[in-house]
Design a protein around this ligand. Sequence first.
Ligand code: C2E
Ligand code: MG
Ligand code: MG
Length: 785
Amino acid sequence: MDEVHGQVRAGRQAAWWLYLAAGAVVIVVYLLISADVRHLISPMVSASATVIILVVVRRKRPHLAAPWYLFAVGMALYTAADTLFGIYQFEGTAVPFPSPADALYLAAYPFFTAGLIALTTVQNRGLGWAGLLDAGIITLGATTLAWVFIMAPYLSSDLSALPLAVSLAYPLADLVLLCMAARLVLATGTRTPAFLLLTAWLCATLGADGLYYSTLATTGAPIAPEVSYTVWMASYLFLGAAALHPSLDRTPQLAEGGQAALSGPRLVLLILLALMGPVLLIVDAGEVRHQPVHVGFISAIVGCLTLLLVLRVTLLARYAQSQAGQARTRAQALERSLRDQTSLQKQLSHQAFHDPLTGLANRALLAERLEHVLSRPSAVGTTGLLLIDLDHFKDINDSLGHPVGDEVLIAVAHRLLGGVRQQDTVARLGGDEFAVLVEDLPSDGVCDYAQRLLGRFKDPFALSGERSVYVAASIGIVAIRELLPPAEALRDADLALYVAKDQGRNRAVMFEPSMSTAQQDQSRIAQDLRYALTRNELSVYYQPVVEMDTGETTGVEALLRWNPRGRDPIQPEQFISIAEETDLILPIGAWILREACLQGRRWHDQTPDRRALTIAVNVSGRQLKDPDFPETVTRILLETGFPASSLVLEITENVLIADVETTAAHISSLRSLGVRISIDDFGTGYSSLSYLRNLPVDIVKIDQSFVNTAAAKDTGIIQAILYLSHALGVDTVAEGIETSEQADRLRTLGCPHGQGFYYAEPMPAQALEQHLAAHPVPELRHPTG
Ligand code: C2E
Ligand code: MG
Ligand code: MG
């Protein structure tokens, strides 16, 4: 499409050049040939311009066709007039005055004028008063000249009415045309070649006319008429060329605003024109000074000119005012946008260094401050860094939703801010992790400072909707004792925080170098644990659970053992939590469950007497949260053929209580299979007996910390647990019985089942088989874990 368009344009451009060249040749021919025939050439040129305008405007349909049709009519009238004139010349007859040719010439003017008005008014919606005033001043200036040199002599001559009228009509028509031409030429904006050619046509026409009539009235003959004829012919050529030029389609965008402004040269021109009248009178040009009519007329023109100039200057002043107003508005807008930009910049830099939720400093700002503080030797002994992590915050998010979680974080931020001094920096590092950089430590030291902050968590946090939640926190503390990189200070605080969490949360722990070693050990354990299953390093030990009255083994607890290749055995307490963190507990937990069930099935099959033997398997909180867990248990029971009623799943009390809602569904679906649920380490978690009533469990395992002490308080607790369990129909196992005294005491208290080194230590399956041979399993009665 573009290509076709380009080709058409190129064609038109070529035609334009051809037309100009042909026109130039015609003019040369005109000048060379004899006088009687040369005047027949002129109508040919004007006819060509007429035809070109009509063809181009019809075919190209430019945006603005009307002015061009008007020009075409004017040119057609010129053609007719030139033809008549040429015929007179050719025939050698004197041209009568006025002749029909004059009528045709004069008839063309209104069309040209109308065309120009249409071009400036229709297309550009008027060029405004300024343009009109400028054109008016120019025209009036020219009028004084015309009056003095053309019209006054005609009026003083003895011409009869018709020749006089025709003689006056030419300059008058020219003046009107000049006014319109000036308006167009003075307009500012993009000037296309077509527009420039149109301007050239007007200048040539008016110039040739001016030259022709300048001496006609006074001397009776035009000065250099051949020059005027040639220029007229050139003017036709310009109009034709303007129509033919490809830029005709592009409308020149004439501007009004620029017109109101007054350039220096234009101002000088306007003043000179205004002075024209007085000067002509002073020098008595055309000898009109002694003729009162002419003096009066010229004075009237001068008066009009002055008025127009005053109006023009007023317009200029108004324009200057509006320009100044605009400049002021622009300056104000600029000032506003500068202000906006500055505040935006401030906002951005605030955002870059602050947490959007709480408004506290963010990790980047803390790092920067830490860097600054730790670069000064004075920081040693006076600076502390606290890393604060909310305990079980995930549970709040999970159970109450994220918006509530956000509210809690904001409330915590406020509490922390309320507990620190002005020189300290409180930051939110992300999630539920906060930090406080303490400078110029208070005299009671960083530990007391941390304890005070912990104390601020004692009261519940009030939330919207009259709700409130208790949130505890763990704190890792680093006291700066040597200048160290900020990253190391943060890492040490993190280790101390980890230990605080590990020690049961809701506490502040000071960093000690040994923690680094422990951390390295943990990393190594996490690394090695990945291969423990595939390298067959895991095994299962079984510890008997006995009936206290008879000493008979009613069940066994499966306990995980890990013997890493080339290293000492690692205790479950050391690696179970790591397995939970790394999610390795999922495959490991499934593995031990399968092993235990397979083994249980074997024992059941070996002797029918052992059918009552139960197997208890520990289940971690992470496993219980796994949506596939009930399915895994079902599948393993099916695959191994171990009866669900002989399987006990031990779940630590803390897990049960912290996640009642999420785990309750799993527990009930497991219980519906026939599997029993046991609360492990009962008494260590929330230690609230009332929980027993609501928990969907079958067995309670009293934690060994109550069992292997002789404290009266612990005995009381055991009694209460036993009493409540009995009332609720829940079975009880006492863990960690080490001595005969402990066993006797529990028996006396009425505890039905016990487990501990006193009866048997955890042992491999084979050893347990021998143990069972010596300690037979009782008849199928009420199996226990
Ligand atoms: P737990 O479930 O409470 O298991 C009882 C722990 O007490 C066992 O430690 C056992 O060896 C020990 N124990 C038994 N009798 C006595 C005694 O008379 N005195 C003393 N001081 N200790 C006794 P173990 O095997 O080291 O296991 C520790 C914990 O690791 C377990 O506590 C359990 O929470 C966890 N665990 C062990 N195996 C697994 C497993 O397969 N999966 C999961 N998730 N956790 C396991
Ligand atoms: Mg257990
Ligand atoms: Mg236990």
